[in-house]
Design a protein around this ligand. Sequence first.
Ligand code: A3P
Length: 317
Amino acid sequence: MDPVTKTPAIQEVDGFFIPKMFSPDAFRDTLKYRPRDDDVFIVTYPKCGTTWVQHIVMSIFKKGEPIANFLEFQRSTPFLEMTGPKAAEFMLRPGAIKTHLPFHLQPYSPKAKFIYVARNPKDCCVSFFHHMKMFPGYEFQDGCFDDFFELFINGFVDFGDYFDHLLSWYEHRNDPNVLFITYEEIKADTEASVMKMAGFLGKEYVTMLENDPSIMKNILYYTSIEYMKKNTNKHLADFLMAPPDLLLADPNLPDGLRYFITHVKNLNVPPPKESTFIRKGIVGDWKNYLSPEQSERLAKKFKEKTKGTDIPKLWPD
Ligand code: A3P
């Protein structure tokens, strides 16, 4: 299957798939970014809980305060491949840089910290399908799940093959500067996961949480699915529905974001009526989407790709 004819929305840059809305130059520059010693990265394959963990980490840094708006979100936890490296150089700190890069492409330093969030591939696939339908830039508004499933299982989606991505980071799960955590683990015990992330970020954050229990309470409240569905979706909707020319008039707009907005503007497609980026936030939604045959095919690929590792134990379903 030819990925480019199968979906118009991805482009191949130096052998790697990124969305067409992303500037190839910003992407190439991103790969050359040299991490600072105090950089914290949140790394995921798309749709594995990135935004949730960005909000958790930021509210740890902000002592239980929530992120106020989309601009603050972009400035303190920039998406590197989309915005380009300048966004990291000028970001608000403490902050956390988001990437969707497999280990071999990730700007790396042994002193920087990396939180890698993984998720059951079947739920990731369903979430990715909704993501493609929501963003007009993908030109997939009328796409159906069966078509998307073929793209996903063949790795013809942004950031390539799910399994290659996961395997590349799984190998580093015990590195001292890597925290490997799953979406399901955070769901099952969010408080313990927040503590785990705090411990990874620095002892001072654990002390802060132990000394003032109201901070944990606030973090759990502001990063709950209910709160984020309402507020984070509103922040994103404000951005998606803003007149592009107004956004482009901002002289501080990172180059990559400027490219993104211009690309979508030129497509001349209507913006979504609402943001459903923060969607269901549950474990096991795949049961509502995958046919028994699709479930079996994905499980077979999962088994083949992860042979010889403990990964299947993470998601026995
Ligand atoms: P669903 O589409 O399955 O609901 P990413 O940020 O990597 O794109 O991941 C998006 C997924 O994380 C979506 O999954 C979204 O609903 C879920 N998510 C976001 N915030 C969440 C929260 N506070 N609690 C649980 N899941 C959350």
